[in-house]
Ligand binder design. Sequence first.
Ligand code: HEM
Length: 479
Amino acid sequence: MFLITSGVFVFLGVIWIMFKIATVFSYWKNKNVYTGKPQFPFGNSKNVVLQKLPLGFDVTELYTEIRSRSEKYGGYYNFMTPVFVPTDLDLIKTILISNSDSFINRVSANLLHSRGDQWKRMRLKIAPFFTNLKIKQFLPVMLRKTDELIRLMEDTPNPLNVKEVLDRYTIDLIGLYTSSVDLETMKNKDSELERQLGNFFNKSIVDTLFRFLITIPKVVRYLKIMTFNKEVTKFFMLLLDDIVHARNRSKLETTVVLDVLTQKTFNGGEYFTRSEIVGNLATLLLAGYETTSNALTFGLYELAYNMELQEKLRIETSTLETSLEPFSLLDKFLIDAQFSETLRKYPLTTINTRECTETFRIPNSNIILGKGSQIYIPLRGIHWDPEYYPNPERFDPERFSEENSRGRHPCASLPFGAGPRRCIGDKLGMMNMKITIASLLKSYRFRLHPKTRSPLDYDAKAFLLQPKDGVFLNVEKIR
Ligand code: HEM
């Protein structure tokens, strides 16, 4: 009797599982929304989870299919969770900008996960530290660090592994910007800090799987998953103590982000908890350093690939004394276009995510996104769309000349995102990149070393877009 009852239960269980498998991917089909070919249990994310494709490249493929069907949106499955993928630029503008109140959160897949009121409170507090004035006050420090980078390059034998050196440089820069403390990563190769930050971004398949799973709200709720793992949290907690002590000893008069985070309220209490301070400092460091370093790496690769362009840029920037008139760099066409095109061709976050915070009907359709629905903005798909950028694989800063940019949709270029959750460090990032390149071009000529593969392959293990086997350059001193 027991055997028969167990057999019936197993049989019903199998039927239930088969029914679930058969119906799980019917969500988009029932709404008549195109969705590619989802596979159990991965949905559309199999190739990325198994690290056959870099993060977001599956969404780029879906984008191309949706566009070839002349549709304005499509559907994706992150495992079994349906995700809405808008491809029409007006619709993207509606989500990111015009109706941003309904999409104020990001899907908690990554480090930039603070939500709702917690996000607003933090953003309001730290936004004043990312203005042109603050960046201007930081320039002497930035230039001092650039000199250190130039010396470090001189002491490093050819071929130079560009990203390795630039990672250390940008960690120090962002550390100084946010807390006025020199983390001295440039002086100490293979420091513990560099290792911890590297651990965070470069992942095994298990980590990639985990990264996907934490975007599924039920998994987060049931397992109470933390976005930072224990080792990283412990490391940053200890680092914070060191940074606060060092900051108290430093003589810098300008206030920095750390000061406002550790500030007391009028009645002596704390504005932010210790874990909020650690979380936000770590977030700024993580969000700021590798983005800038990867963008510089891709930018230098393109300049070494195209020596004529490198020479033109050298001429444009050599007429400027960066230490006296660094802001005039902002008005120079070529250097500006150089980075707009770098971030067009190599958008470091290949997708941007949003979560619906209140029910929203997609205009002119019967699609209703419920609270909690997930959205992927297909950044790389847009940047590689031949309708907006003919021959997208070609690197051509002229695309961003005044004439060629005229009439281009504002959402056709989204390297820093858009709307209230746009990158807070966009101006700082751009200024860092321009000052760095202008200074480097004055001292060095960069040539591709045969170790560097062209065209570049991308690292499927990385969280941000980055070259697979590094970029190796021969660095020649100019004077
Ligand atoms: C080349 C450099 C950079 C690129 C390409 C970049 C790109 C991005 C992107 C695409 C987002 C998401 C925007 C959205 O969802 O709409 C973002 C958010 C963010 N970035 Fe950057 N970023 C760069 C540099 C920096 C720097 C230097 C910092 C600070 C030191 C920084 C701090 C942040 C923060 C805190 C957020 C979250 C903003 C929020 O949620 O309110 N980024 N960044």
